[in-house]
Design a protein around this ligand. Structure first.
Ligand code: IMP
Length: 187
């Protein structure tokens, strides 16, 4: 499914980051992360659902051995943060004594990641680093920074390459800003 369908549904989407730009950032991140973990094995913790697309590409750009596990957290309803973070699906593996790399699609207020980082520390991770494809800096509430950042941007509501608006538009292969929704309001 590409953008045309959503334009026909009344969404106004502006392309921000092309598929090629994303692929280039993923390759760069793969090199940076591989250098940082040379000689180590890492446990990649993927934050469901959005980061699945990014994580699948990222791990294939790594040159260090990885295991993957998945966690599902919820802090959003629609496009506004609630500030409440719930574990909807926990990890299957233990992080105790492991080098853990958390992979997120986007960091916005930082509340979700703060919750997850605290949890993984309590569970005994040997080291903990964060990689996000998009770092949205404008609305940061928690003092948390990713160690590896694909793209920095200030604001807007983004969809595509895993990012969703109420579960829609994840499948778009570029990243778009939602300028207007069919109801006429901004996202
Ligand atoms: P935070 O806790 O505010 O940092 O929110 C992180 C989560 O909110 C991400 O994992 C996304 O699921 C969601 N999110 C934040 N900004 C956007 C956006 O622009 N588009 C889609 N999802 C977003």
């Amino acid at each position: 499914m590409e953008r045309t369908y959503w334009l026909e549904q009344g969404f106004n989407l502006r392309e921000l980051y092309s598929r090629d730009r994303i692929a280039a950032e993923v390759l760069r991140l793969g090199k940076e992360i591989s250098a940082a973990y040379a000689g180590e094995k890492i446990l990649v913790v993927v934050v469901l659902n959005g980061a699945v697309f990014f994580a699948a590409d990222l791990v294939r750009a790594l040159r260090v051995p990885v295991e993957m596990d998945f966690v599902k957290l919820s802090s959003y309803e629609g496009t506004a943060t609630t500030g409440n973070v719930l574990i909807k699906k926990d990890l299957d593996k233990s992080v105790d004594g492991r080098h853990v790399l958390v992979v997120e699609d986007i960091v916005d207020t930082g509340l979700t990641l703060t919750f997850l980082v605290d949890l993984l520390k309590k569970r005994g991770a040997k080291s903990l680093k964060i990689c996000t494809l998009v770092d949205k800096t404008e609305r940061r509430l928690a003092e948390i920074n990713a160690d590896f950042v694909g793209i920095s941007c200030t604001g807007g509501f983004l969809v595509g390459y895993g990012l969703d608006l109420d579960e829609s538009m994840r499948e778009l292969s570029a990243i778009y800003e939602v300028i207007e929704t069919p109801s006429g309001g901004d996202a």
